[in-house]
Design a binder for this molecule. Structure first.
Ligand SMILES: [Zn+2]
Length: 192
């Protein structure tokens, strides 16, 4: 079992009654697990992975990769964002693509679902055929449009989904010797 980043989430107090949370072990079907629980009211911080949506955006036969303003290195990645309450994954990725690039999606297909354990996230990656003129949100500073044969994949998370899509196009993916792009900061300091 891979240890989830249990205490890295920043939770110290019960969101229901403000008592300090305690680290408790409990036996479950999958074996003993450690959880943060409130000794006063029983609230449990389950620390389930957060769903993150991602898209290989195809515009006029080329792949759009974008660089986040918060990334330290000059890395380009897929369009990503958090799934929001009240939307389906498909609605969520259409919304993210519209917000981040101003493009409209005409076809959407699931590429894969990958764990991203370092960030305690689950990545749901789509291929999106998009139309329109690219206009980046302030979150993104730069983008590239690459022919599938020019794309280099990163060996984790969304990079694996991108590699699967390239193979489906008959392109053998080339991987870079670099870590995955740094996560994207969310509106409340969370990251994708
Ligand atoms: Zn409590």
């Amino acid at each position: 079992m891979v240890a989830a980043p249990l205490l890295a989430t920043g939770f110290r107090y019960c969101p229901a009654c403000a008592t300090a949370l305690a680290l408790l072990s409990e036996a479950e079907d999958g074996g003993a697990k450690e959880r943060l629980r409130c000794p006063a009211c029983g609230f449990t911080h389950w620390n389930n992975p957060t769903p993150v949506l991602a898209a290989v955006v195809e515009l006029d036969g080329r792949v759009l990769l974008a660089r986040n303003a918060a990334w330290q290195t000059r890395m380009f990645g897929l369009i990503t964002g958090f799934m929001e309450a009240g939307e389906t994954p498909e609605e969520g990725i259409r919304r993210e693509i519209a917000e981040e690039t101003s493009l409209e999606v005409s076809a959407l297909r699931l590429l894969g679902v990958h764990a991203f354990q370092r960030m305690n996230q689950v990545l749901i990656t789509y291929h999106a055929v998009a139309h329109g003129t690219v206009k980046l949100s302030p979150e993104l500073v730069e983008y590239k449009l690459l022919a599938p044969g020019q794309v280099k994949c990163w060996p984790a998370g969304t990079g694996l989904a991108l590699a699967d899509w390239l193979r489906s196009r008959g392109v053998e993916p080339v991987f870079m010797d670099m870590p995955a792009p740094e996560p994207e900061p969310g509106p409340d300091g969370r990251t994708t």
